[in-house]
Each structure stands twice: as structure tokens, then as C-alpha cells.
Design a protein around this ligand. Structure first.
Ligand SMILES: [Zn+2]
Length: 146
């Protein structure tokens, strides 16, 4: 039986003992433990080097809410750009997209008819209508705005 190398880690907020609820050793010789305080539910992450004799778990500084939001929005815009690249292959200009949004959101045409008119797949129109693609192109108030 292998002896657990886990250390006693106390909650940085309230000082109560934490327990491991998940761990991973994705990197060789490194064990990452996800811990949770039994008292206040604060979650922390610790890292332990397994190749260093006597190395104990060290608390990883957790990201602030601001940092989390920042990376989340970077991820979102990357995702949007990816989608947009895919959409660009079916040759719709921003103007087309704005027109399509206007037509669909005002119930002027069905998605099927619009797809046929612009020579694209119905799913492309659906994605534009739901904002899955081209979310950054605003729906115009009227076609005269284009
Ligand atoms: Zn706590």
C-alpha cells in the first residue's frame, strides 16, 4: 500500500481543514489536488512535486474573479472568430448578415426561404438568427440603415 503524500492544508479564508475532492497528475511527477473547505466551501488548488523528496503541497494562488472573466471573454471572442471564419467560407458579407438578421427577426421571411435566397444552408441562417454566428453584427432597425 502506498502511503498518501497529502499534507494537511487549511482553508486560507477561515483556517478550517480542507479535504481533497479531486486530483490529477496530468503532468509527470506533479500532483494537483483540488480541495474544498468543509466549513466555508472555499475551493483551492494545491500542487505537489513528487520527484522532490519531502516536498509538500503548496497552495496555488487562485485567480481573481476579474482574471477569470477576462480569460472567459478572450475565449468567447476566439470562439466567435472561429465561427466567423467558418461562415466566411460560405461567402456572406456583413451587409448580408445584417439583412438576414433584419428579415428573420422581423418575421419578414422564413429561414428556409432566406437560406435559398442567399444560397446558404438553412443551418447557417439559423445560426445567424440565434446569434451563434456573427453575434457582433447588430440587427439593423431598417434596411435603409445598411
Ligand atoms: Zn474555510
Amino acid at each position: 500500500m502506498t502511503k498518501s503524500t497529502a499534507s494537511k492544508i487549511y482553508c486560507p479564508k477561515c483556517g478550517y481543514q480542507t479535504h481533497t475532492y479531486c486530483c490529477s497528475s496530468r503532468r509527470p511527477n506533479t500532483k494537483i489536488r483540488y480541495r474544498k473547505c468543509r466549513k466555508c466551501d472555499t475551493r483551492i488548488r494545491t500542487i505537489q512535486r513528487l520527484d522532490v523528496v519531502g516536498a509538500v503541497e503548496e497552495i496555488q494562488p487562485s485567480r481573481t474573479e476579474e482574471e477569470i472573466n477576462q480569460s472567459r471573454s478572450e475565449l468567447c471572442s476566439k470562439y466567435q472568430r472561429g465561427r466567423r471564419d467558418a461562415m466566411n467560407q460560405i461567402k456572406l458579407t456583413e451587409r448580408d448578415v445584417a439583412e438576414i438578421k433584419f428579415l428573420i427577426h422581423n418575421d419578414i421571411q422564413t429561414q428556409a426561404y432566406t437560406a435559398m435566397q442567399y444560397g446558404v444552408e438553412k443551418t447557417a441562417i439559423h445560426r445567424i438568427a440565434t446569434g451563434a454566428c456573427f453575434a457582433d453584427v447588430p440587427t439593423p432597425r431598417s434596411l435603409a440603415d445598411l
